[in-house]
Write a protein that binds this ligand. Structure first.
Ligand code: SF4
Length: 232
């Protein structure tokens, strides 16, 4: 399979009834600012090149962000913050996340999430996270020949990633590495997989960026480290 084939299958997924209902309901009601727009209202695939050496793993698409634009981490404040940081490091073609069809591109980085449909209150259930895990596993598997670094944005992404990486053939340290901003874990090469670095950064949610818990230099710092480790 290719990433394109995986995306085509993913966008037809209806495995989580609560999320299917929510992603479609918000698309019907819409937010006042987007009344004239068609919402994507389906699972949002990862965004970025198939030969990416860095994967950035968030939480889930936002109801009026990725669920509207159909593009991961775009169309909301969190996306604008992330793309501004990526642009600062030279990995995005411009700051700000824009909308589908605007020519925005990434270099060496693939943005994805452990849950591909917008959840109510941005909170997927553990069951929904586990149901969606197979899609993340398949995406990382397709990226894995060139993958050098995975950046988890937030504790949810970190927790979702650990079992995926273990199932994929990496040996995780024991005790399990704990999430934190600036966390850095080396996963040594195994028979099946090459060396991989797992980095942690706070999620650029409004709650974190508006309170100053996550500043732009903090996110730039982690992304710069990821780029250097991946030789970008
Ligand atoms: Fe399918 Fe994942 Fe969406 Fe659930 S969250 S419906 S598993 S794409």
């Amino acid at each position: 399979a290719t990433l394109g084939e995986l995306e085509a299958r993913l966008t037809g997924c209806r495995a989580c009834p609560r999320l299917v209902a929510w992603r479609e309901e918000v698309a019907e009601v819409r937010r006042a600012a987007f009344q004239d727009q068609e919402y994507w209202a389906r699972p949002v695939p990862g965004f970025g090149p198939a030969d990416a050496s860095v994967a950035v793993v968030g939480l889930a698409p936002a109801a009026h962000g990725g669920n509207r634009t159909g593009r991961m981490f775009t169309g909301d404040d969190a996306g604008d913050f992330l793309f501004t940081a990526l642009h600062t490091v030279g990995l995005a073609s411009r700051p700000g996340s824009g909308h589908a069809g605007d020519g925005l591109s990434l270099r060496g980085v693939r943005l994805t999430s452990p849950v591909h449909c917008a959840p109510p209150a941005n909170k997927p259930t553990p069951g929904e996270r586990d149901t969606c895990r197979a899609w993340l596993a398949a995406e990382l598997d397709l990226l894995s020949p060139g993958l050098r670094v995975v950046v988890a944005l937030g504790g949810f992404g970190w927790q979702a990633l650990l079992p995926v990486l273990a199932d994929a053939g990496w040996d995780l340290p024991r005790p399990r590495p704990v999430f934190g901003h600036g966390a850095h874990v080396l996963l040594p090469a195994t028979v099946r997989r090459q060396e991989l670095r797992l980095l942690g950064a706070y999620h650029p949610s409004r709650r974190n960026t508006f309170t100053g818990r996550l500043t732009l230099p903090m996110l730039v710092g982690v992304l710069r480290e990821a780029a250097a480790l991946a030789g970008l």
